[in-house]
Design a protein around this ligand. Structure first.
Ligand code: MUC
Ligand code: MG
Length: 367
């Protein structure tokens, strides 16, 4: 069970359709495949998706951080030394997805070694989650058509709508069109990626008061401390902290400061070990949890559902598990399939993900 090597392999797969939102846009999945090898010949895998516009990580930076800082901190440890791994990696404040991919690849390797799924190792609550699809910026008619396609093809009935544009009516018109076009049979919530001010957010939420939103997420910056508290205090739906609350300590500060009332757990940036801590904190504080999407590929989405399905609290709400559908291809031998609005965890050992060697060869950038 001894870790002998950590590989960081950059790859690039184009999106069929770019995803646009208030803090950036994604045209190509420029991710890093992380492989953790052990002396038993086991290989655990995970992927790191850099989001430069949010966390400052880049693909080249992730490879460099793993090769020059993190690999040496874990090589020689046992797969069971997960707390030591976490402590060593946590010394570095930044690089959330580089650290998380190593953590998740270790859990995958442990599951493969013990012949147990990661979901069972974590908590084993269920084997599936309902799916919520993120809709990026576009014209109202195009967003309604996209939501209808997701509902009719995959049975998805929950949608997170990207907002945060100016004037706010650009976005409120979209949300209204979605409610009118798809009716009461769907659930809607909005994510501003810090695009609006607190006052603009309050105005937009009033304008959408009759649309039955489930949540609001990161409508304005958490650094606008009093403005955000003022906003959150007047909302009648939970306000989700996403990029403002990456660590459990961030979550504690945001919640106790009255700047959020719910939390997005993204395995891409807190791995499994830190996501567990956030989950336990959320349970103790009585918070709503949504399993979020860092615009993950199929391997990242498999990590999200593996964690989300492990606990009652994380599987209660639909998880954001479907944006890999917008990619032109992926790395897994057997693609993920969303049917009847659900994604199931893979049966078998670890994450149950097999990387297609031919696809990896085609998309890797370090050939
Ligand atoms: C989200 O929930 O914000 C957009 C940027 C990012 O880091 O994640 C996505 C989705
Ligand atoms: Mg968000």
């Amino acid at each position: 069970m001894k870790i002998t090597q950590v590989e960081a392999i950059p790859f690039a797969i184009p999106y069929r359709k770019p995803l646009r939102f208030a803090s950036g846009e994604v045209h190509v999945a420029e991710h890093v495949l992380v492989r953790v090898h052990t002396d038993d010949g086991i290989v655990g895998v995970a992927e790191a998706p850099p989001r430069p516009f949010t966390y400052g990580e880049t693909q080249a930076g992730i490879v460099a951080a793993i090769d020059t800082i993190f690999a040496a901190q874990v090589v020689g440890l046992s797969l069971l030394d997960r707390e030591t791994v976490h402590t060593r990696l946590a010394r570095t404040v930044g690089n959330p997805t580089a650290k998380s991919a190593i953590d998740m690849a270790i859990w995958d390797a442990l599951g493969r070694t013990l012949d147990v799924s990661v979901t069972e190792l974590l908590g084993g609550y269920t084997d599936r989650m309902r799916v919520s699809h993120m809709l990026g910026f576009d014209e109202p008619a195009a967003m309604v058509a996209e939501a209808e396609r997701m509902r009719d093809t995959h049975g998805i009935t929950t949608f997170k709508v990207k907002v945060g544009r100016r004037p706010v009516s650009l976005d409120t018109a979209v949300v209204r069109a979605l409610r009118e076009g798809l009716g009461e049979g769907i659930d809607l919530y909005v994510d501003g990626n810090r695009g609006w001010t607190a006052a603009e957010s309050a105005h937009a939420m009033k304008e959408m008061a009759d649309l039955g939103l489930l949540f609001a997420e990161e409508l304005c910056p958490a650094d606008d401390v009093l403005g955000r508290r003022w906003l959150v205090s007047q909302l009648d739906v939970p306000f989700i902290a996403d990029e403002s609350a990456v660590t459990p300590a961030d979550v504690t500060r945001e919640i106790l400061g009255g700047s959020a009332t719910a939390v997005s757990i993204k395995t891409a940036r807190t791995g499994f070990t830190r996501s567990q801590r956030t989950h336990h904190l959320a349970e103790g504080l009585g918070l709503e949890v949504v399993m979020g999407n860092q615009i993950d590929g199929q391997l990242g989405s498999l990590c999200t559902v593996a964690f989300g399905a492990a606990y009652e609290l994380t599987s209660r709400r639909p998880g954001e598990l479907s944006n890999f559908l917008d990619m032109s291809d992926d790395l897994l031998t057997e693609p993920l399939c969303i049917a009847d609005g659900e994604l199931t965890v893979r049966p078998g050992a670890g994450l149950g993900a097999e990387i297609d060697p031919e696809k990896l060869q085609r998309y890797r950038l370090d050939r």
